[in-house]
Design a protein around this ligand. Sequence first.
Ligand code: UD1
Ligand code: CA
Length: 448
Amino acid sequence: MLAIAILAAGKGTRMVSNLPKVLHKLSGETLLNRIINTSKKLNPDKIFVVIGHKPDLVKESLFNNKNVEIVLQEPQLGTGHAVQVLSKELKNFRGNLLILNGDVPLIRTESLKELLKVHSSKDADVSLITNEKENPFGYGRVFKKDNFIEKIVEEKDCSIDEKQNKLINAGIYCFNWERLNNIINNLESNNNQKEFYITDSISLLGRAISFEINDEEEIQGINNRVDLAKCEEIIQRKIKTKHMINGVTFINPESSTVSEESEIGMDVIIEANSHIRGFSKISDNCIIGPNTFLENTFIKKNSKIVNTTIFNSEILDNVNIGPYSHIRPGSIISSNSKVGNFVEIKNSHLSQSVKVNHLSYVGDTKIGKFTNIGAGTITANYDGIKKNITNIGEYCSVGSNTVLIAPITLGNAVTIGAGSVINKDVKSNCLAIARVKQLNIDNWKKTN
Ligand code: UD1
Ligand code: CA
């Protein structure tokens, strides 16, 4: 049997935040959810999350995680106390208890599997992940004797000599639960932080062994925002490296970010300062950026998106967008279309080879193929109460500075004279002009 306990009750004072530490995000996902996802892949019999500081907020963040059991630690008297509180839930449990600090979010399932394997093969009371760290500041130091761990001393309790020890405790432990349970209430809080440390259980147990992890980045703990940024950098570097190996060019990788879920095709070029978020998918040969933000957006082959922001939309192949376009959710821009500078498109469907090149707003609109929308065209879709639909047919030519007051339908091959305010439907093959006729007065002079 395997139970997992994620310790997430602490305040995270060093984050200097109103948000509990475990609710801070890395690449869009909370620290806590990351650890839960990693834990689930081990198929444990139970997952507990120990919460305490701002419990309602933390609970709320777990609404999608039906299978985790929440344990309230109140007050929070240290990591050992968290396990004492948890012990009531594990009365009849037999097997291993994997304890994971909620602020060590990059540990991989594979490494945890190895830890569990070593633990079982050595019949240890406790096995924990360690690493020889160049700069061990802030971590508990692990002291070994004859291949067994003798004790762990927290940084704050270390003597000057003890601080020289660079072998650190990662905060990830596999305990034989029955043996830990026997001594868990014997922990004392006579240390500098006046807390009950889970690490003190090591010296109360018999066989304590260490599992040295190769990749120290996996066990980067997060105590402050500097650590948070370090972890983000680690995640981002790994994601971008994977894409580069798979044929994606990043012109200036440090300046761009890509979500873990996003897919990028071959020969895509990501220019500087471009950000690809959520579930986005970019097909082969696209050029993205510079200065582009895409969220939950699909882009088909050979499209070029410059200096543009796109949310929850679909861009088909050979499309040119930008610079300075804003494509809002629910939009589809079909093949060979062009959306130019200072154009906002919302919840609209542009068929193939449509051009909206300059300074326009197109909302809740359908545009047929080969239609050209002149500069400064506005679909007035909101009547103050509800949003209305605009339908524009194929091969239309909408003159510059036109206002189309929705709901309205233009047929196919319609021409609208520049500067028109159109509030009546226009039949196919029709020219519509709706503006005051120009009056020229000969030999006119200003009188005053
Ligand atoms: C802890 C370890 C340290 C290790 C480091 C690795 C102890 C005493 N020390 O130190 O040896 O090197 O992690 O990152 O365990 N928590 C609770 N309830 C509490 C207090 C804390 O659930 O009463 C949770 C926190 O939310 C956090 C985790 O336990 O997720 C670790 O607590 P933290 O205070 O950050 O411990 P460290 O000082 O980093
Ligand atoms: Ca910590």
